[in-house]
Design a protein around this ligand. Structure first.
Ligand SMILES: *Cc1c(COP(=O)(O)O)cnc(C)c1O
Length: 396
C-alpha cells in the first residue's frame, strides 16, 4: 500500500492494520509506527523546506494516523484534533460571520453547546436547530444564506436513524454548495460511510469506537474535497487543536482491532437487546439491531450493522432506574461509550443534566431512561449482571 488512495481494492481489516503505516516510511523499517516526539525538524539547507517543520503543523505519527483514518472512512483526506468537539469546531470554522447553518436537535450536547455559545453567541453565525426526522420541515429551514447542515446518525441517546441520502438530496436541490456534515461517531466507519451517501464532510469523536479503549480523547474530520481539506489543515495548524504523538500512536493501535471489536459489539448488543426486550423489568427498549426499531429498514440500507448501544426505559420510574444502575457490577456507571468495557449511563442525571426537563422530554429523555454501551465481554456474564440487577430492582 503506497498511498491512502489505494484502499478501494482491499478489505477494512487490512486497512485498519496497515494503512498509513508502511514500514518503508520509517528510518529503520519499523513494523509499528514510531511515536515521533520531536517538536522540530532539521532543515538540510536554509531555504529548502523539509516535509515536517514544526510538530503543530505536521508530525509523522499524526500523518500516519490521518492516512489510516481517511482510508477507513473511504475518504481521500483526514485531519485529527485534540477532541471530538474540536473536530466539530474545525468543521464549523469553515464558516464565517453572517453564514447560516442548520443542525439536528438530536445532535451531541457538546456540539450544540459550542454552536450556541460560541458560533452564534460570539462569532456572528446564524443557526436553526430543528428535528431532521421531520424532513419537510427541515427543508423549509434551508435559507438563502445557509452554508452548512450538521447532524449525526444514529443519534444520542434515542438512537434515531436519519436518512443521509435524503438529507443530501433535499439540501443539494436547494443549493449544491451547502456542505452536508455528518457526525459518524456512533456507527463508526466500520458500519457506515456517510461520504458514500453524498455527505461532504464526516466528523468523528475518536474517543468512542475508533480508539475503542476509553483511554484517548480525540476527533477527526474526513472529506474528499482537496480545497476543504486544505482549509481544515490550515484550521488545524492555525487553531493548534492537535492531539499528542503518543495519543496518535494509541489511536493507531486501537484502530487495528476496530473491525473485530465492532463485530463483537454488534453480536453482544443483539443478544442483550433480545433478552431485555422480553424482560418484565423493561418498559420499553430502543436498539438499532432489533426489527422493533422504527428505522430498522433504513439502517439496514444505509449501514452494514448496528453499534453496541441500547436505550432502556426501566419499568417503575426514577427510583427503580437508579437502583438498577447502582446494582450493576460488570457494567460500570459512567459517561461515554464505544469502549471494550460495558458502560451504563443515566442521561437525565449525567450527559443531559444541563437541559431543562422540557428540553429533555422533547428529546425523549425521561428519568427512567438508562443507556447501555455494550462492550466486548462474554455475553453470558453481561446477561447475568443485568439479571441480578433486575432482581435487586424487584426487591426494592
Ligand atoms: C462524544 C461525542 C462527541 C464529542 O467528542 P469528544 O471526543 O468527547 O470531544 C461528539 N459527537 C458524538 C456523537 C459523541 O458521542
Amino acid at each position: 500500500m503506497s498511498s491512502n488512495h489505494d484502499h478501494s481494492l482491499i478489505g477494512f481489516g487490512t486497512i485498519a492494520v496497515h494503512a498509513g503505516q508502511e514500514p518503508e516510511k520509517w528510518d529503520s523499517n519499523q513494523v509499528v509506527a514510531p511515536i515521533s516526539l520531536s517538536t522540530t525538524y532539521k532543515w538540510e539547507r536554509a531555504g529548502e523546506k523539509p516535509n515536517h517543520t514544526y510538530s503543530r503543523s505536521s508530525n509523522p505519527t499524526r500523518e500516519a494516523l490521518q492516512q489510516c483514518l481517511a482510508a477507513l472512512e473511504k475518504a481521500k483526506y483526514a485531519t485529527v484534533y485534540s477532541s471530538g468537539v474540536a473536530a466539530g469546531m474545525a468543521a464549523l470554522n469553515l464558516l464565517q460571520a453572517g453564514d447560516h447553518f442548520v443542525v439536528d436537535s438530536g445532535s451531541y450536547g457538546g456540539t450544540l453547546r459550542y454552536m450556541k455559545d460560541i458560533c452564534v453567541g460570539k462569532h456572528g453565525l446564524l443557526s436553526t436547530v430543528t428535528d431532521f426526522l421531520d424532513y419537510e420541515h427541515f427543508a423549509e429551514e434551508i435559507k438563502e444564506n445557509t452554508k452548512l447542515v450538521f447532524f449525526e446518525t444514529p443519534t444520542n441517546p434515542m438512537l434515531n436513524i436519519i436518512d443521509i441520502s435524503k438529507v443530501v438530496r433535499i439540501v443539494k436541490e436547494k443549493n449544491p454548495k451547502i456542505l452536508v456534515v455528518v457526525d459518524n461517531t456512533f456507527a463508526s466507519p466500520y458500519f457506515q460511510n456517510p461520504l458514500s451517501h453524498g455527505a461532504d464532510i464526516v466528523v468523528h469523536s475518536m474517543s468512542k469506537y475508533i480508539n475503542g479503549h476509553s483511554d484517548v480523547v480525540m476527533g477527526a474530520v474526513m472529506t474528499n474535497y482537496p480545497e476543504i481539506h486544505q482549509e481544515l489543515r490550515r484550521i488545524q495548524n492555525v487553531g493548534g487543536s492537535i492531539p499528542s504523538p503518543f495519543d496518535c500512536w494509541l489511536a493507531l493501535r486501537g484502530i487495528k482491532t476496530l473491525h473485530l471489536r465492532m463485530e463483537k459489539h454488534a453480536q453482544n448488543v443483539k443478544i442483550l437487546a433480545e433478552y431485555l426486550e422480553k424482560h418484565d423489568g423493561v418498559e420499553k427498549l430502543v436498539c438499532v439491531a432489533l426489527p422493533s426499531h422504527p428505522h430498522f429498514e433504513l439502517n439496514n440500507r444505509q449501514a452494514s450493522g448496528a453499534p453496541g448501544l441500547i436505550s432502556l426505559f426501566v419499568k417503575g420510574g426514577l427510583e427503580k432506574a437508579t437502583c438498577f444502575l447502582n446494582s450493576l457490577k460488570i457494567f460500570t456507571c459512567a459517561e461515554s461509550l464505544g469502549g471494550v468495557e460495558s458502560l451504563a449511563a443515566h442521561p437525565s442525571q449525567m450527559s443531559h443534566k444541563e437541559l431543562s426537563r422540557e428540553e429533555r422530554e422533547r428529546l425523549g429523555i425521561k428519568d427512567h431512561l438508562v443507556r447501555l454501551s455494550v462492550g466486548i465481554e462474554d455475553h453470558r456474564d453481561l446477561i447475568a449482571d443485568l439479571e441480578q440487577a433486575f432482581k435487586k430492582v424487584q426487591e426494592l
